[in-house]
Ligand binder design. Structure first.
Ligand code: NI
Length: 200
């Protein structure tokens, strides 16, 4: 084989490797949907869940305010805390406009995320957050409405497991309609910029 051919094959191999690694990253983190494909699609809809105080909460009660929604689980070691802290940071940056926005965290791990578990978590992360959980069926319905994918990963023990899940922050309008989304890696400054542009 000529040197040139060898180099060419090495380059092809490197590119395939990168593509595979990238794909695996997205699969592992559960960022399955291509964010660009979300534009214009119907994301959102009615939900009935239970908050961190044990009270039933429905999406309809948030009409008139914007909702900033993230689906995840309290035992998540990385994406969830990153996303929720970015949401809190972004809200801190937009002053009184933040009063127009209700940040909401919806659990995709109802088995472990009881209202009590959520209460401690929400309190620690951002007391403005409404933490929502519910029966597995209630959670599944809410996730379906927001096109959120989640799946229990291979357990490390009987009680310890991770949940692969879509990791997007959704901005919903006062009419409940989808307006914008962010990834959990969106910098709080950029999130704040978009919120300032959209929220009235
Ligand atoms: Ni997570």
């Amino acid at each position: 084989m000529s040197v040139l051919k060898t180099i060419r094959w090495l380059a092809v191999g490197a590119i395939l490797g990168l593509v595979a690694a990238w794909g695996f990253h997205f699969w592992r983190e559960g960022h399955a949907p291509d964010p660009a494909s979300l534009a214009g699609s119907s994301i959102g809809g009615p939900f009935e869940l239970v908050d961190q105080t044990g009270a039933t909460r429905r999406d309809a009660e948030f009409r008139g305010r914007y909702m900033l929604i993230y689906f995840g689980f309290t035992f998540c070691p990385d994406a969830c805390p990153t996303a929720l802290l970015a949401m809190a940071d972004a809200l801190d940056r937009i002053g009184p406009l933040a009063d127009r926005i209700q940040p909401i965290f919806i659990s995709v791990d109802p088995e472990r995320d009881t209202p009590e578990q959520l209460a401690g978590y929400v309190d620690a992360v951002d007391p403005r957050l409404v933490g929502l959980t519910g029966s597995p069926a209630q959670v599944a319905a809410a996730a379906r409405a927001y096109r959120v994918f989640y799946r229990k990963a291979t357990p490390t023990s009987a009680t310890e497991y991770l949940v692969d899940h879509t990791s997007l922050v959704y901005l919903m309008g006062p009419d409940g309609k989808f307006l914008a989304h962010f990834s959990h890696e969106t910098a709080p400054e950029r999130m704040a910029e978009t919120l300032r542009r959209i929220v009235r």
